[in-house]
Design a protein around this ligand. Structure first.
Ligand SMILES: NC(=O)c1ccc[n+]([C@@H]2O[C@H](COP(=O)([O-])OP(=O)(O)OC[C@H]3O[C@@H](n4cnc5c(N)ncnc54)[C@H](O)[C@@H]3O)[C@@H](O)[C@H]2O)c1
Length: 236
């Protein structure tokens, strides 16, 4: 999804994109696609849970470009499904660190800069699992519900500073993350696919469109929104 968003934002004339990920090869591939789309991008290898790394990336962006217009906090992981009562503490801690604490860390440094400049837009990737329970993934569900809490809190506290904070809640989208989940659990894949309206997963570009809109001035009066992009799954 991050790759699709980067390419779309490049097409829509984003001045410069900083792409943060642990996956160097994937990041380099996305930089190439951004350039092919006519944009500029820099890949930064970093862990989104690392306070010092995120603080220094925000400083670098401001040093090189003078401001941070928009941020999309999108990195995330999933896990094998297990019943609630059988989830071990290490898996819980890892999920909360990567899918929830990282969003707090990134928002904190993004907001600090956006307050100084007096404007900015933040989009967080939550999930349909931020709105409803997901069988076998209590830690994922809890983290994504938490992302919506961070979004609402950020929107409330920083509205008066010219900063908008919104979230997207994708349903099942066809990405490496879902492929990994389905490879380890084909029965889950089949049952989820049956629940999807039209029997189809979403495409990353369909989420990217919403993120680009929320990031842009076209959404200038939208803040605190949890935008569901799921082909009607949650509403079924
Ligand atoms: N695919 C879906 O069906 C779906 C549905 C709802 C929400 N989401 C959420 O969308 C977001 C993007 O997921 P995706 O489906 O594109 O998955 P993906 O696996 O294709 O991309 C996730 C990226 O996050 C990176 N990442 C993971 N941990 C990181 C860390 N600690 N630091 C830096 N980078 C890290 C990975 O290297 C990967 O490139 C995630 O937050 C995910 O929870 C996905």
């Amino acid at each position: 999804m991050g790759r699709a968003g980067a390419v779309l934002m490049a097409r829509e004339h984003a001045a410069h994109l900083y792409l943060i990920d642990l996956d160097e090869e994937g990041g380099a591939g996305t930089v190439d696609l951004v350039r092919e789309a006519g944009g500029n991008a820099t890949f930064v290898h970093a862990d989104v849970c690392d306070d010092d790394a995120i603080a220094s990336i925000v400083r670098r962006i401001v040093d090189e470009h003078g401001r941070l217009d928009c941020a999309w906090n999108n990195a995330g992981i999933t896990d094998v499904g297990r019943p609630f009562a059988e989830l071990d503490r290490a898996s819980w801690d890892r999920m909360i660190a990567v899918n929830l604490t990282s969003v707090f860390v990134c928002m904190k440094y993004e907001l600090q800069q956006m307050v100084v400049q007096g404007f900015g837009s933040i989009v967080n990737t939550a999930s349909a699992s931020g709105l409803v329970a997901t069988p076998g993934l209590v830690h994922y569900t809890a983290a994504k519900h938490g992302v919506l809490g961070l979004t609402k809190q950020g929107a409330l506290e920083y509205n008066s500073k010219g900063i908008r904070v919104n979230a997207v809640c994708p349903g099942m989208v066809d990405t490496p993350l879902t492929q990994g989940l389905f490879d380890t659990n084909p029965r889950l894949a089949a049952s989820i696919q049956r629940l999807m309206p039209g029997g189809r997963l979403g495409q990353p570009e369909q989420v990217a469109e919403a993120v680009a809109w929320l990031s842009s001035d076209h959404a200038s009066w939208v803040s605190g929104l949890s935008m569901v992009i799921d082909g009607g799954y949650v509403n079924r």
